[in-house]
Design a protein. Structure first.
Length: 193
């Protein structure tokens, strides 16, 4: 019985093409903007802006009904947008601090790690924007300047759980699969010679 084996070079090219196709057709790329369907609202001015403060701001904002403005005792003004993404009001899970970052690219992992993204714009001059990001995976972009109609730069962002970090996203999984297939092809070549 004759076994037709795929030549090693063709197997490597086929594996690389498969991995590239999987990455190219990944539906995870997304950009969040002011007023989009994931925009939960604004916190004006979001100062002070420590981790505990940001957590309080997000939890206060998600407790407001869509389309309302709140003035709690913490001195902030909360403008809740009309958007009601994810589980919807009043079913939003409590925000649990995860980590801070800078820049307009944010890695959300596999889509189950984070629920909220808090973005702070230019210290005392602007304010903060909050988006619901549950179910969104991969690397997303957020506006570098805002809030809407303003020209203040992004100071930094914070992601909030719930979730357990450490699960690779789809792109990482495809890369690992491609590497494993390539290694198997090389091992087969050495065993056959």
């Amino acid at each position: 019985m004759k076994i037709n084996l795929i030549p090693t070079k063709k197997l490597a090219v086929l594996s690389a093409a498969f991995c590239a196709a999987m990455l190219a057709f990944s539906p995870n790329a997304k950009a969040l903007t002011f007023g989009d369907g994931n925009d939960l609202g604004q916190v004006l001015f979001g100062i002070p802006s420590g981790d505990a403060d940001r957590t309080q701001y997000v939890n206060t904002l998600i407790s407001l009904a869509p389309g309302t403005t709140g003035f709690p005792a913490d001195g902030q003004t909360y403008n809740r947008s009309l958007a009601n993404p994810g589980p919807g009001f009043p079913n939003y899970p409590t925000a649990v601090f995860s980590h801070n970052g800078t820049g307009t690219s944010v890695d959300l992992g596999n889509g189950t790690l984070y629920s909220y993204l808090f973005a702070k714009y230019d210290g005392p001059n602007a304010g903060s924007e909050v988006w619901y990001v549950g179910g969104i995976s991969g690397v997303i972009t957020i506006p570098g300047f805002g809030l809407a109609g303003q020209h203040y730069g992004l100071s930094g962002w914070t992601l909030f759980g719930p979730g357990v970090p450490g699960v690779p996203d789809g792109g990482t999984t495809v890369m690992l699969l491609g590497t494993a297939l390539g290694a198997l092809g090389m091992a087969r070549r050495f065993l056959m010679s």
